[in-house]
Design a protein around this ligand. Structure first.
Ligand code: SAH
Ligand code: F3S
Length: 480
């Protein structure tokens, strides 16, 4: 009897611990979304339950971005929002994950008193142990970076998605050391994930009804897997050896494309210094590899690109754009641009304007330069372009890009595209929403089509951000 009661008590204790609820809030890039899905899988595996919102959670995890100062400011404001909640519920745990956690380490505990836990991007497997430490009354920190961690055996729990499109992380970290960028410091050294685990994840997603995967890495073109391990362990092996099976990014793209012709494959981010023609030919060869490349230019000035340590100049960037256009006709192209990098002159800004004029991107993400502590640029150069000049330059390229997007969209009027339906339009139930292979959003009327269907849509109108179309009866090239 005695023994039984003891067992029951233990079970009760375990049950109490195991039903704690957590909520992950995600800021920043697609990689962070993917990491939050890994964190969710790890915690669920350990018996924690997902909460529907931060209000219902015992543990709130804020997955953060450190790329620009304002990204960090947003996170700090959010943390401080929890002041009253935490006063009423002192047991509530607040954890900061991701790039800001890695950058600030224990300083974050000193600066933000509401924070109980600081966890870097390579330390998520230790979350249950860190939570236990907090339950024991301590604060907890793990910001160790790893040379091997790729979470390859973790099957991410897809969060609040549409059930049709999903991210797959194929590599972590970055070795590029672009001088403005904090990522090599917050995400550590570059390492590729086992291709077999990537293909298996894609297969599983397809079986679950997903119809599009986006392969994620900071620089996907330098993906490399040597037989039994990631690039780092095998740098010195004889890569000429016949026994050695090397998988590069082009090979990986092909492997994922072969999972099923109905599974679209996208990827991000390409890098002008590493993007090969082999990758472009692979994209051209498979109908289900989307004809879309995001190729960050950052600047149109070769002197600024050199200071940024980007590894290419204006001519090489243009040459890569021409290669995309020659090998993949009708390819969608987007970019990232930084306005007002250290010592950028008006003339150099005009070179950015002229390069954007020449390429006419379908879409561009534009940012005013934000100095990040400890980066090579912060150490070597002065952040000497006044804020108002940075903003003026950014406004100029923003307006130009809006115009380019409009011109590009208008040129699509009258064309028919294969569209993967992703959901219903926000405005009306009869309108559905999807994307064409070039990654352009298209809305059109349809009562019978559901997310995951491939349809043919003819473009009849547009805004600078969206194509508007009508459903065609012809079967799609995918044979549906
Ligand atoms: N790995 C990707 C993207 C990294 S961060 C790449 O190869 O470019 C995403 C974008 O943020 C970058 O392309 C850059 O345009 C911008 N960015 C990075 N650091 C920045 C900084 N310090 N200030 C302003 N923009 C920055
Ligand atoms: Fe950053 Fe350059 Fe890598 S922008 S993420 S250091 S490719």
């Amino acid at each position: 009897m005695m023994n039984n009661t003891e067992t029951e008590n233990t079970i009760e204790l375990v049950a109490e611990k195991k039903t704690k609820k957590f909520f992950v809030e995600t800021y920043g890039c697609q990689m962070n979304v993917s990491d939050s899905e890994i964190v969710t899988a790890l915690l669920q595996k350990d018996g924690y339950e997902s909460a529907a919102s931060s209000e219902d959670a015992d543990i709130v995890l804020i997955n953060t971005c450190a790329i620009r100062e304002n990204a960090e400011e947003r996170v700090r404001t959010r943390i401080r929002d929890f002041k009253t909640t935490k006063k009423h519920n002192p047991e509530m745990i607040i954890g900061v994950l991701g790039c800001m956690a890695e950058r600030l380490k224990t300083k974050l505990l000193e600066e933000e008193h509401l924070v109980d836990m600081v966890v870097g991007p390579d330390a998520y497997r230790s979350l249950p142990a860190l939570i236990a430490k907090i339950e024991g009354g301590e604060k907890a920190v793990n910001v160790l970076l790893s040379l091997e961690e790729t979470y390859s055996n973790i099957n991410p729990v897809r969060l609040a998605g549409n059930g049709i499109t999903a991210f797959i992380t194929i590599m972590r970290g970055c070795d590029n050391m672009c001088s403005f960028c904090v990522v090599p410091f917050t995400r550590g050294r570059e390492r590729s994930r086992d291709p077999e685990s990537i293909v298996n994840e894609a297969k599983l997603l397809f079986e679950q009804g997903y119809r599009e995967v986006t392969l994620l890495g900071q620089n996907v073109d330098s993906y490399k897997w040597f037989g039994g391990g990631p690039k780092r362990d095998f740098e010195k092996v004889n890569t000429e050896s016949k026994d050695l099976k090397v998988v590069n990014f082009a090979n990986l793209l092909e492997m994922v494309a072969l999972v099923n012709p109905l599974l679209r494959v996208r990827f991000s981010t390409s890098n002008p210094q590493d993007m090969t023609d082999e990758v472009l030919h692979t994209i051209a060869k498979y109908h289900n590899i989307c004809k879309y490349v995001h190729l960050p230019m950052q600047s149109g000035s070769s002197r600024v690109l050199e200071m940024m340590n980007r590894g290419y100049n204006r001519e090489k960037y243009l040459e890569r754009i021409q290669a995309i256009r020659a090998i993949i006709p009708d390819c969608g192209i987007s970019t990232d641009v930084i306005a007002g990098f250290c010592s950028e002159t008006d003339e150099e800004h005009k070179e950015t304007v002229s390069l954007m004029e020449m390429v006419k991107f379908d879409y561009a993400y534009m940012f005013p330069y934000s100095e990040r502590p400890a980066t090579p640029a912060a150490k070597k150069y002065k952040d000497d372009v006044p804020e108002d000049v940075k903003l003026k330059r950014m406004q100029e390229i923003l307006a130009m890009q809006r115009n380019h997007s409009m011109i590009g969209n208008k040129a699509d009027i009258g064309k028919t595209f294969e569209v993967l339906v992703e959901g219903h339009s926000k405005r009306s139930k009869e309108q559905v929403f999807g994307r064409n292979t070039q990654n352009k959003a298209i809305i059109f009327a349809s009562e019978k089509h559901k997310p995951g269907d491939y349809v043919h849509v003819r473009v009849t109108n547009c805004t600078s951000g969206t194509l508007i179309g009508e459903l065609m009866d012809a079967p799609t090239p995918n044979g549906l």
